[in-house]
Design a protein around this ligand. Sequence first.
Ligand code: C5P
Length: 301
Amino acid sequence: MNSILAPPPDVRWNSPCKINLLLNILGKRPDGFHELETVMVPIPVHDELTIRLLPATHGLQVTCSDPVLPVDQSNLVTRAASRFLAAAHISTGLHIHLEKRLPMGAGLGGGSANAAVTLRALNHLLNQPLSQPAIQGLAAELGSDVPFFLQDQPALATGRGETVQSLPAFPALKGLTILLVHPGFGIPTPWAYKELARFPLALNGSPGRARHLIEGLQSGTAPSNLQSLLYNSLEAPALTKYPVLALYQQFFRSNQAAATLMSGSGSTTFALFPSQTLAAAALHGFTRQFGNPAWSALATL
Ligand code: C5P
């Protein structure tokens, strides 16, 4: 028989990642951020958060499987949990463990998802002390990509990325296999945005690409012009500094990818394939050409 003094069970949460099928930057704003339109799709490749409620005397304890990632207030999990408890006026103790499987500084939104999942999980575990608008406000303060991970659908995000409109799953992507490869170096997001100043065309895109892409993805099969619908303004600085990323894309294009692009501010490249077999073959060929990628993942959409 369980003792009533037994510790409460740990609760596990998957923390997914995303790709940007489109990241169209529309100009620099007076607040220093960039106005944009982006189409993001959640990808079922995960970090894992384990959360345990403790007596208040334990305070907030965060641990991480990756010793490189600090667990102080620079960690988005720690920051999300502190902000949540302060906003909800709750003084419980917490232990949160982050099992980090996704690469960092990778353009996959891994850290943003960690923050959003922390907010969602705490609101659930503590019986919804914060309203949805309050959670959204906290998420937007934590980072431009955090609000996207408060929901589980593809979405159009505008503003600096924090205004999220959920979209139904795209029929054209259903059944495609995505291959993600990380080159072993990260690209800091602030650097990529700052460098845009040297690429005026990329800095000042015209709105409308998002609508065009979303329309193209609503048909039952991937459109033959899929590659031309995808676009990422931040490739201008990133591929100039790191031409190997352009070589990755060239390789995937000549190995039967329906489309390929850098995700977010990089450095992850994604490629979409009509089948798992073709994606696995492309990864095999990629390894022969470039060596083992520092990190890779395959997922079926
Ligand atoms: O919001 P987040 O913390 O993810 O942004 C990181 C950095 O990326 C910002 O400090 C800013 O330099 C840049 N950024 C931007 N415009 C956006 C999003 C991010 O300039 N829309």
